[in-house]
Design a protein around this ligand. Structure first.
Ligand SMILES: *Cc1c(COP(=O)(O)O)cnc(C)c1O
Length: 302
């Protein structure tokens, strides 16, 4: 795998308080592998190599950035992949689903399970069945979060990032924010914008994070994971035409929407310097547009 350093760009916003906003373009480190997913896979795939595994198995939904990233990154490192996919109705829809067809083109073999069975995916019985069916594999959990993933995400921040007051990131399973917390600099605060509802994340992050300089901003999930509305689509489209930076509808769009709202409400002290992490996720736009089209809603411009 290549070593990565991503570029930081300023986002010029008009505001009375001279809040300065910067964005770290982790979305640009690989054309297909979403920024933070690449970070999370790096040490896992190195570990799988060390343990002499040939096969990597992981879990995800129909539009999962993690499934797409795992398929390609594993292929590049010479692994076969198995994706355990939520929703057995998807068996017949692989070719019309952009994420699944991308993973398939990159060699992923699928194992579709019902939503009920998928919920049990961490249970011993379920895992034993997978072991019987697929023999020996290296397991990466849903969303890719484990200790090695957090280690990879600790490499997002570099010594050049020490003078920001806040680091902001989107949160799914909490691996990315944990890495950022661990490698943050003295005096920095980490703000996480969860893409889903619920309080389970605080516990998950506390398991991995070595410091307490973080907070979750829970007002901008738009009703839950992958839930969106026309206001968010308009925001994403306007942002792209103004700053030439694409945002995804599930994670980064919600974070930027939230942060702009907080800035407009004066939630930050004057002269605050904020660094946002663009975690990628752009492969999910076409899948979301399919859904928007079927509901006759405005589409995300690509
Ligand atoms: C997966 C993902 C996240 C969430 O990362 P976690 O480590 O699971 O919290 C954020 N942004 C994007 C674009 C993602 O694909």
């Amino acid at each position: 795998m290549i070593e990565m350093q991503s570029e930081v760009q300023q986002i010029h916003i008009e505001n009375e308080n001279n809040i300065q906003l910067f964005i770290k373009r982790e979305d640009l480190i690989h054309p297909f592998i979403s920024g933070n997913k690449y970070r999370k896979l790096k040490y896992n795939l190195l570990e799988a190599k060390k343990l002499e595994h040939d096969v990597v198995l992981t879990f995800g939904g129909a539009f999962s950035n993690h499934i797409a990233a795992t398929a390609l990154a594993s292929k590049e490192m010479g692994f076969k992949t198995i994706g355990v996919i939520r929703g057995d109705e998807l068996v017949s829809k692989i070719d019309e689903n952009p994420t699944l067809s991308f993973a398939k083109e990159n060699g992923m073999q699928f194992h579709f399970v019902s939503r009920d069975d998928y919920r049990k995916k961490s249970s011993e019985i379920f895992l034993n069945e997978l072991k019987k069916r697929f023999d020996n594999f290296y397991l990466i959990p849903e969303g890719g979060t484990n200790q090695l993933a957090v280690k990879g995400c600790e490499e997002i921040l570099t010594s050049e990032d020490s003078n920001y007051d806040y680091i902001c990131t989107c949160v799914g399973t909490g691996g990315t924010i944990s890495g950022l917390i661990n490698s943050s600099f003295e005096g920095q605060k980490i703000l996480g914008f969860p893409a889903l509802k619920g309080n389970f994340l605080n516990k998950e992050i506390s398991n991995f994070a070595t410091k307490k300089n973080w907070k979750l901003i829970t007002d901008y999930h738009f009703g839950g994971y992958a839930k969106i509305n026309p206001e968010l689509v308009t925001f994403i489209n306007d942002f792209k035409s103004k700053y030439s930076i694409p945002l995804d509808p599930i994670y980064t769009g919600k974070m930027l929407f939230g942060l702009f709202d907080m800035i407009s409400k004066g939630r930050f002290k004057p002269n605050t310097k904020i660094l946002l992490i663009h975690t990628g996720g752009l492969q999910g736009i076409s899948g979301m547009n399919e859904r928007l089209k079927s509901k006759s809603m405005p589409l995300i411009k690509v």
